[in-house]
Design a protein around this ligand. Structure first.
Ligand SMILES: Nc1ncnc2c1ncn2[C@@H]1O[C@H](COP(=O)(O)OP(=O)(O)OP(=O)(O)O)[C@@H](O)[C@H]1O
Length: 742
């Protein structure tokens, strides 16, 4: 099969159609002004033979960004060996780097390339994604192969950097982009440099942002300005082929009533497109050491105090997008000093795997080792702290001496160690304490009892708070699942309020939420490969698998099905631990008698599932609760601190939610031990329900209230620190303010 490849500028040829999935990359090869494509694709995309659906969708307004959050993983993931073999077979020289392979760029004219470093094409070893650092041409592994094929076919030694274009933008998207750029320019030119501020005001601003000791010279070197209308620090993003202003980040300080200061950041463009490594223009080609920080003010502190190159990750501790890795390849030593709390420590361990453990060392947070800006304020020696950083490459056997600081960290940060709290399920916080990375949760419940619906809200709640989430829904398709989640997100029937669809979908789209594109039976290997890929690309920290039975394939029918299930559970356990990612696994129960409650032992298969799991959650439908439709959630195992218990859930059919609309509505009963007394539980639940019913009926908010509650509590008011999703919402509020002050 062939696909039309009139896509390289000045070249018209047919490219072999390697795999159906390649169509996904088809539009990357659009030639600017290509009349053939623009006319045919836009008016009738179906003119392509068997195009990949996502190509068609990318032209359809209502689905325009679906492709972005859908994890379309290659059927056979690329490995570094494949990449190397291909390059060798095409006689392309390469060096083995830390996260990337380095090859000569074929987007530079030979004469142009001669004056440069030479190996400026960076190919990500995990994904095959490439970037030419000189021309900033980037694309997928398939794109790279296509470029090589075309060069070979046409006998060229290089290609124009303009041959590859991104997905065509809709007029709407272009307009948003232009508006953003205008806003960036407006804020930037209305901002003042510190040396232009009256001394008193400059000092006040410094105090407000905790940078008293950062000099005007440092602020000037990094291009930091102050935007008076919102009293924000402005950090510019310079980049692109012309090194022009591409965006900016605003950091705003807010004083709470009790005198505490909280900081909110906002970026333009929005966080998912904001790929600024703040400080990059100051890095010299020969620099071989760098300090990575989680906040811009920290980079200022490190640079001033140590003279070392220092860069800030655009979204702090929430992720390290692989597109930034090529810019970090030149460094032989990378020190991660992402902040002063346990979250920064966890993130630095995870990021160092992407960066290559051997060259990374980590600053362990502690009383004497706060974040860099605080260390500078407190007069600590930043060089000494950096010197004391710990190599990231760990040994398999450690003594308590090496662990003692970790143990202390856990004790001193009890709340953070307990994980992210649910905002819709306070009872879960009381029993499980929070949602922690690296754990395995097994969830079961009777057939059709609402397992998917409940876990959807359970995961959404965390996702709203910035937990990067990946769904593997093999039972129901992604459109249906997204519909359930969107309904739960806005807490109302959108069918009856279609005019609100776009507003809610826009908000929903900004969540760090991804879906696997599989449906039906899947091999465990494919699913695990996808999960690894997602962790690498999007720093996923919660994977939901609905459900295990869909991975048992043909073996499901054989006598050895229990062994297969155990093997799958073991693999998920390993993945969760090694990837520091929480896995929630839905498992069907064994067939139980109808009037019996489920127990841990009711989980289908052997005892492996409950042994390997850190948490076992059971959606109880029968016996415990006699009111039809009423369910209870039983926490039957909690490895973190042993508390188990059960609490009632009330299903709201219009919003598809189980969460209590009002605080303190459901009574919680803590049970120590795995098997609560069913009769007692039922009685208590019933009693609690009866007593509280009238009050609840009177207090249940209308759907608009639900909208305000979710939007305000879960989305708009969260702290921007360490949370991508929340950070994005902050952006809206800050820029709304900016616009208001215009
Ligand atoms: N508590 C409830 N009361 C009434 N209906 C519910 C309740 N919870 C979910 N439902 C509805 O029941 C249907 C099935 O729900 P869901 O798919 O979540 O169940 P499940 O347990 O995942 O099913 P399966 O066992 O097939 O995997 C959906 O239409 C859902 O809206």
């Amino acid at each position: 099969m062939w696909r039309f490849g009139s896509l390289l500028k000045g070249a018209s040829c047919l490219l072999p159609f390697r795999e159906a999935r390649s169509f996904r990359h088809f539009s990357v090869f659009l030639v600017r002004h290509s009349p053939v494509w623009s006319a045919s694709a836009q008016s009738s995309p179906t003119c392509l033979r068997s195009p990949h659906p996502s190509v068609l969708l990318s032209f359809c307004r209502s689905f325009r960004k679906n492709a972005k959050s859908t994890l379309d993983i290659p059927v056979t993931p690329i490995t570094v060996t494949d990449i190397k073999q291909y390059l060798r077979s095409k006689e392309i020289p390469f060096h083995d780097g830390y996260s990337c392979l380095h090859a000569p760029s074929f987007f530079l004219e030979p004469a142009e390339a001669a004056g440069r470093d030479g190996f400026t094409l960076f190919i990500d070893k995990t994904t095959g994604q490439f970037l030419c650092k000189e021309t900033l041409v980037e694309g997928s592994w398939e794109d790279l192969q296509d470029c090589v094929e075309v060069m070979r076919k046409e006998g060229r030694s290089c290609l124009s950097p303009d041959v590859l274009l991104g997905y065509p933008e809709s007029p709407e998207e272009q307009e948003v982009k232009e508006m953003e750029l205008r806003e960036v320019q407006r804020i930037w030119s209305a901002s003042v440099s510190f040396s232009d501020l009256p001394d008193e005001e400059a000092q006040l601003v410094r105090t407000m942002f905790g940078i008293d000791k950062v000099s005007n010279a440092t602020l000037k070197r990094f291009g930091v300005r102050f935007f008076k209308p919102t009293k924000s620090l402005v950090f510019p993003w310079f980049g692109g082929r012309d090194s022009g202003l591409r965006g900016l980040k605003l950091l705003t300080a807010k004083c709470a009533g009790d005198g505490a200061v909280t900081y909110a950041d906002a970026t333009l463009p929005k966080p998912s497109a904001y790929h600024n490594l703040f400080g990059l223009p100051l890095v010299g080609r020969k620099d071989s050491e760098v300090v990575l920080t989680g906040r811009e003010v920290d980079a200022l502190a490190v640079s001033q105090a140590t003279g070392l190159p220092s860069l800030t990750l655009p979204r702090g501790v929430s992720c390290l997008p692989p597109v930034l890795l090529p810019y970090l390849e030149q460094f032989k030593r990378v020190t991660l000093w992402l902040g002063g709390d346990i979250n920064s420590w966890e993130a630095s361990k995870i990021f160092s795997r992407k960066l290559g453990l051997k060259r990374c060392s980590l600053v362990r947070p502690g009383e004497l080792q706060p974040c860099p800006s605080e260390a500078l304020e407190r007069g600590r020696s930043l060089s000494r702290i950096l010197k004391a950083s710990i190599p990231a490459a760990h040994k398999s056997i450690v003594s308590f001496r090496q662990l003692r600081d970790d143990v202390y960290g856990e004790l001193a940060n009890k709340e953070l160690v307990a994980g992210v709290k649910w905002s819709r399920f306070p009872e879960l916080n009381k029993i499980l304490k929070g949602h922690r990375k690296g754990e395995l949760t097994v969830f079961t419940g009777p057939t059709g009892s609402g397992k998917t619906t409940f876990i959807s809200e359970f995961a959404l709640d965390l996702c709203i708070q910035g937990v990067n989430t990946l769904w593997g829904s093999f039972e129901i398709n992604n459109v249906r699942l997204a519909k359930i989640m969107l309904t739960q997100f806005c807490m109302q029937r959108l069918e009856d309020n279609l005019e609100q669809y776009d507003a809610w979908a826009d908000k929903f789209e900004d969540l760090p939420l991804y879906f696997m594109t599989f449906h039906g039976q899947q091999s465990m290997k494919t699913v695990l490969d996808t999960m690894h890929h997602a962790v690498y690309l999007y720093d996923i920290s919660h994977v939901v698998i609905d459900n295990l039975q869909f991975m048992m394939g043909q073996e499901n029918l054989s006598v050895d099905k229990f062994a297969v299930q155990d093997q799958i559970i073991g693999a998920f356990r390993k993945f969760a631990t090694h990837s520091s990612c929480h896995v929630t696994l839905i498992i069907h129960p064994r067939k139980e008698e109808d009037d019996k409650e489920l127990q841990t032992a009711s989980i289908f298969g052997t005892a492996k599932a409950s042994q390997e799991a850190d948490n076992v959650l059971i959606l109880q439908e029968k016996k415990l609760v006699t009111v039809p439709g009423r369910r209870s959630l039983q926490i039957a195992k909690n490895r973190f601190d042993g508390d188990v218990g059960i609490f009632p859930l009330e299903f709201n059919k219009s919003s598809l939610t189980f969460s209590a609309p009002l605080k303190g509505r459901n009574k919680l009963r803590k049970v120590k031990g795995d098997k609560p007394d069913a009769t007692e539980t039922e009685e208590k639940v019933e009693k609690a329900e009866k007593v509280e019913k009238p009050a609840r009926a009177a207090k249940t908010p209308k759907t608009e209230k639900g909208l305000v509650r979710v939007g305000a509590k879960g989305v708009l008011e969260g702290s921007a620190k360490g949370s991508a999703g929340v950070g994005e919402k902050k952006q809206q509020t800050v820029f709304e303010e900016v616009i208001k002050t215009k």
